[in-house]
Design a protein around this ligand. Structure first.
Ligand SMILES: NC(=O)c1ccc[n+]([C@@H]2O[C@H](COP(=O)([O-])OP(=O)(O)OC[C@H]3O[C@@H](n4cnc5c(N)ncnc54)[C@H](O)[C@@H]3O)[C@@H](O)[C@H]2O)c1
Length: 488
């Protein structure tokens, strides 16, 4: 098992901007916790509005040189960053599992996703080109793509190193400088990332601020921040869009979901049961925006599949020390999150849903008794009016519905203001193709769940987000088109 000795914590706990470590101007440091034990790990700086000013000024200063750096050279910087991330993936994964409670094995893949993203966007840099537009013989019209300036990137807590590695990639590739606000609850891996990657970029190009809401708000309203992006909840997305309106700042928002899995009678029940269980992402206690937390099973296989899902979950997902490579399930992020999830479990019971498995908090594992543990929980016979059917829980709680009429199924699936992901299980490709057209969601799987594929646009419909990531469109969204008209 990894330990502090084999995988040390970051040695800097301050703010990284202008190519160096800076103390927070208000002198504030706060504890960050290990959610598996409930114990504090170490105190970390909390950036305030004045620190944001200083970091943005440094990023603005660096912008003019960075945007003029030849594309091939920019790509080299990014490939070096990808290589370093890969080289240090184990250590970053260890820090993330300590600070988020997510199991080490999966955090290792997270770090590698960050590296892949840096390489992918480095490779896309040649796509930052303009057009020529035919008009008349005596004129010449063309466009160029320009970088925006300073980009603010605000992070959610569930995949800190993956998000930070991935989300700096497109804006940096497009010639922007970046100020990252780390997740409130889990800043440590981002600080280690700053130690590793910060020095390889020119000062001010990559800036990383541990901070909380005040830091996010200050970035959002700052006039020198030319685009603000968020991975977070719908209410935060709305607050950011409103605040960004004051400077007419474009936003890129990756928000929450209440995603549906639709199972048709011809689906293979073994594959389906595994897909239902895995789609809930119990490994990180259901804390994934893409989790298919609403499962619609056809009446013909309803009880059979429920029994198989229960078996699968009880065999597959067991709490354990998150830094241990064999652990398959972690806790939720905080005691507040634990209380919130438990209130949903209570509401499901009182509203008449049937508890299939789980439902309890806590674990007896030595040393983990005070962590924020909740059993993987499944409710069946859920009705559309119940709270667990309507609200994003962001915890290990799945709702199963029974259906027998396709039109009513689609109506219930779309009866939500969210629209992030969905999954359809059927062996009939014609039916799958017809059904996915009717589902109001931005990212849909057929006969699979959860996976992202670099290059395939990821982003929500309806209130689940604005804009697409992980693709060429993301790169282009960090540029602006300038049109030039020449009289010959
Ligand atoms: N669509 C996606 O790709 C995606 C991925 C992961 C998580 N999420 C969503 O994120 C949420 C869970 O993450 P969370 O609890 O960290 O979300 P959150 O909305 O509470 O916080 C997200 C970030 O926003 C900052 N913030 C909060 N209020 C702000 C404000 N007024 N102005 C500026 N910044 C502000 C926080 O400090 C934090 O860094 C869930 O809803 C989940 O579905 C979405």
């Amino acid at each position: 098992m990894a330990t502090f000795e084999t995988h040390p914590l970051p040695s800097h706990l301050d703010l990284f901007y202008n190519g160096k470590w800076n103390k927070p101007l208000n002198g504030t440091y706060e504890e960050t916790f290990n959610p598996a034990t409930g114990r504090p790990i170490i105190k970390v700086a909390v950036a305030g509005a004045e620190d944001v000013d200083a970091a943005v000024a440094a990023a603005h200063e660096a912008f003019h040189k960075w945007r003029s750096t030849p594309p091939a050279e920019r790509a080299q910087y990014m490939r070096r960053a990808a290589g370093l991330l890969r080289e240090h993936a184990e250590e970053l994964a260890y820090i993330d599992s300590l600070n988020t409670g997510n199991p080490f094995g999966k955090m290792l893949s997270d770090a590698l996703v960050g590296a892949t993203s840096l390489d992918y966007f480095a490779g896309l840099i040649p796509m930052l080109k303009g057009d020529t537009i035919p008009q008349s013989d005596d004129t010449f019209h063309y466009t160029i793509r320009e970088s925006l300036g300073v980009v603010g990137r605000i992070m959610a807590f569930n995949h800190p190193i993956q998000f930070t590695g991935s989300k700096i990639s497109a804006p940096l590739a497009a010639g922007n400088t970046v100020v990252v606000k780390t997740p409130d609850q889990a800043p440590l891996s981002c600080l280690r990332l700053a130690e590793l990657l910060g020095p390889i970029f020119p000062p001010g190009v990559l800036n990383i601020l541990p901070g909380k809401t005040e830091c996010g708000k200050a970035l959002t309203v700052h006039p020198l921040v030319k685009k603000i992006t968020l991975i977070g909840s719908v209410p935060t997305g709305k607050a950011i869009q409103q605040a960004a309106a004051a400077t007419l700042k474009p936003t890129l928002l990756e928000l929450g979901g209440k995603n549906a899995l639709l199972a048709f009678p011809d689906a293979d029940v073994e594959d389906l049961a595994e897909g239902v269980a895995r789609g809930m992402n119990f490994t990180w206690a259901g804390q994934s925006c893409g989790s298919t937390s609403r499962v619609f099973l056809h009446e013909s296989h309803y009880e059979t599949v429920i029994a198989k899902v229960k078996d699968f979950i009880e065999k597959e997902f067991r709490p354990g020390v998150p830094t241990d490579a064999a652990t398959t399930m972690g806790p939720v992020i905080s005691s507040a999150a634990k209380e919130r999830v438990l209130s949903y479990i209570d509401s499901a019971k009182s509203e008449g849903a049937r508890l299939v498995t789980g439902g309890k908090a806590g674990t007896n594992l030595p040393g983990l008794e005070n962590g924020y543990w909740i059993e993987p929980t499944v409710f069946a016979d859920v009705q559309p009016h119940m709270r667990i059917a309507r609200e994003e829980i962001f915890g290990p709680v799945m709702s199963i519905f029974k259906w027998n009429d396709e039109r009513e199924l689609i109506r219930n699936v779309n009866n939500t203001s969210y629209g992030l992901t969905a999954s359809v299980f059927t062996r009939d490709i014609s039916r799958a193709t017809r059904v996915v057209r009717q589902i109001e969601a931005g990212y849909i799987w057929i006969n699979q769940v959860s996976k992202h594929f670099i290059g395939v646009p990821f982003g929500g419909a309806k209130e689940s987000g604005v804009g697409k990531e992980e693709c060429l469109e993301e790169l282009l969204s960090f540029t602006e088109i300038k049109s030039i008209n020449v009289l010959l």
